[in-house]
Design a protein around this ligand. Structure first.
Ligand SMILES: CC(C)(COP(=O)(O)OP(=O)(O)OC[C@H]1O[C@@H](n2cnc3c(N)ncnc32)[C@H](O)[C@@H]1OP(=O)(O)O)[C@@H](O)C(=O)NCCC(=O)NCCS
Length: 188
């Protein structure tokens, strides 16, 4: 598994992956006025990449592509990064259904959190997850995130306002780092 910047030449692969994974991703994605296929053309990818690259340059987003065995397999992003006394960001991720269940998404999240707490200097990474999304809750709980509350009708997802559970991990929660926590799960 590798984490990389999102590259312009990923457009066709990203479009195919997102179209193939519509049923898998749609229940957890923000509502939008345009249909799924229109939002997932190579041109839509290029527009998204431009915005992410601009936000990354400003330091308000940490966007990564997840590659598994050399192929684009998902994304992990810490977005809405705020500095100053808060030093926090919001975690988002998705992975191709065909590589799910192999620990790759949680490894990607672990590496990005260590980067955020280390080089970037964040103190808190937040993850807001629908109560229905058990795989996602399992992923963050295994990495040491703690549930801090319920956010009522918090985000407009898949056509309606949805409750979310607020999870967070603090820099001091795992002194050995998040990757070390992920490694504890590797079968021996
Ligand atoms: C949420 C999501 C990313 C989780 O993906 P995933 O592949 O299940 O997550 P992981 O990569 O951590 O895999 C977990 C499984 O891998 C295995 N695993 C986890 N860590 C491991 C490790 N260190 N070594 C070996 N295996 C490991 C476990 O067997 C675990 O399966 P289990 O929970 O049944 O025991 C995926 O379901 C997804 O993309 N969903 C749609 C989008 C979405 O919900 N995004 C999040 C919105 S909040």
């Amino acid at each position: 598994m590798e984490l990389e910047p999102i590259r312009r030449r990923d457009a066709a692969e990203w479009s195919r992956l997102r179209l193939d994974n519509e049923d898998w991703l749609r229940p957890w994605e923000p509502s939008a006025s345009q249909p799924w296929d229109v939002r997932h053309t190579p041109a839509a990818f290029r527009a998204m990449r431009r915005v992410l690259a601009q936000r990354a340059r400003l330091g308000t987003s940490l966007p990564f592509a997840i590659r598994v065995e050399g192929r684009l397999a998902g994304q992990v992003t810490i977005d809405n990064v705020v500095r100053g006394a808060l030093r926090s960001g919001y975690l988002g991720y998705w992975i191709d259904r065909s590589v799910a269940g192999r620990g790759m998404a949680s490894l990607a999240v672990a590496l990005v959190c260590d980067h955020a707490f280390g080089e970037v200097g964040l103190h808190r990474v937040q993850a807001d997850i629908r109560p229905e999304n058990l795989p996602s809750q399992r992923l963050v709980e295994r990495l040491g995130f703690r549930q801090e509350g319920l956010l009522r009708r918090y985000l407009e997802i898949d056509g309606d306002w949805r409750d979310h559970l607020a999870y967070a991990l603090l820099a001091e929660d795992l002194p050995a780092g998040v990757l070390a926590r992920w490694r504890e799960r590797v079968p021996r």
